[in-house]
Design a protein around this ligand. Sequence first.
Ligand SMILES: [Zn+2]
Length: 371
Amino acid sequence: MSGMRRRDLLAAIGGAGLLPLLTPISPAPMLGAAAVGSVVPTVGGQIVRPRLIHVAGGFRPVPAGYLLPAGQAGELLFAPQAVANGSTALGAHWAGDVVGQSRVRVLVRWRGAHGTWSGWTALPALPGGEGDASAALFRGPLYLPIMAVTVQARLQARTPSGLLLSNVVLSLIRSTDGSRRGAGRYHPLDLGRGVSVVPRDGWGCPTGEASPLWAPFYQTPSHIVIHHTEGPNGGPDAPAQMRSIWYFHTYTRGWGDIGYNYLIDRAGVIYEGRAGGADVVGAHAEHHNVGTVGIALLGSYGTADPPRAMLLALASLIAAVAARYGIDPQGTLGGVDGRRYSALVGHRDVYNTMCPGDRLYSLLPLLRSAF
Ligand SMILES: [Zn+2]
């Protein structure tokens, strides 16, 4: 994944519309100050600024947030937070400067209505080097058990060179129940060639075929970029994963919509991602979003192979996309930066990232040779 920077998004949408949603993560009031504990409901979830209740180690308050001096480790503990009924996943992000190779991890635990706390679980980090510089500021999504009614987060950091943190925000994602209240503003995809794509209404996208926070714009693609989503291999049902990813991209990452153009589940079902129909520009490969189609396989394929049904669906989708745009998957041609790339690339070919995982990446030559 990874895509455009927030300021690119603001430029793309004229700075309107999304701004209220971005307020919690724009240049920050001091962590633990005015707006702590506030909850911003969003479509399909809520954005929570948890209240800081304990600071340990080398963190010390400064006007801009909390500073961890070079060579030190520290921890921020946040108050338990009620989970809206039906929230099934959680992401985290924070503002601030990350200098050098600071290591930050966010741990969460949960409990049911009458239960005891679970153990602490680290939110998944995005793949190494993924995304733009701010990608270091995001963790998740993590899937919560359905019985979770309270969550608590703590943030641990270690830095060789200094770290300033502010505005830690949790995204609680409600993905159990697709609302299907889309306005049907854009037409879902029709790729032909016998390839069927589940439209956004079909996986319960909270805004259906509409994309009110990020209006679609269009460019005929010349390249196809393959990703994996880094989610679990298995876990919640695929439409629930789709809604979680949509929410995480839309609100937590602030892109206004899901970034990938298409996603494929382990059974080989193909889903429409970014709204707007064919030719719409997504947010999946920073600096290479324009002129590319982003296809993501649900799950992690660093050490595991994609199931056969998934690979067959990927091959048929590549074939349909290639036919539609006259792309030769075995060809090589110039990308938006003027460099030449294979027409069918892995995300790592155009960006410093592990995506789409070693196993899936190793299958790209086979996929190219299938045409
Ligand atoms: Zn990727």
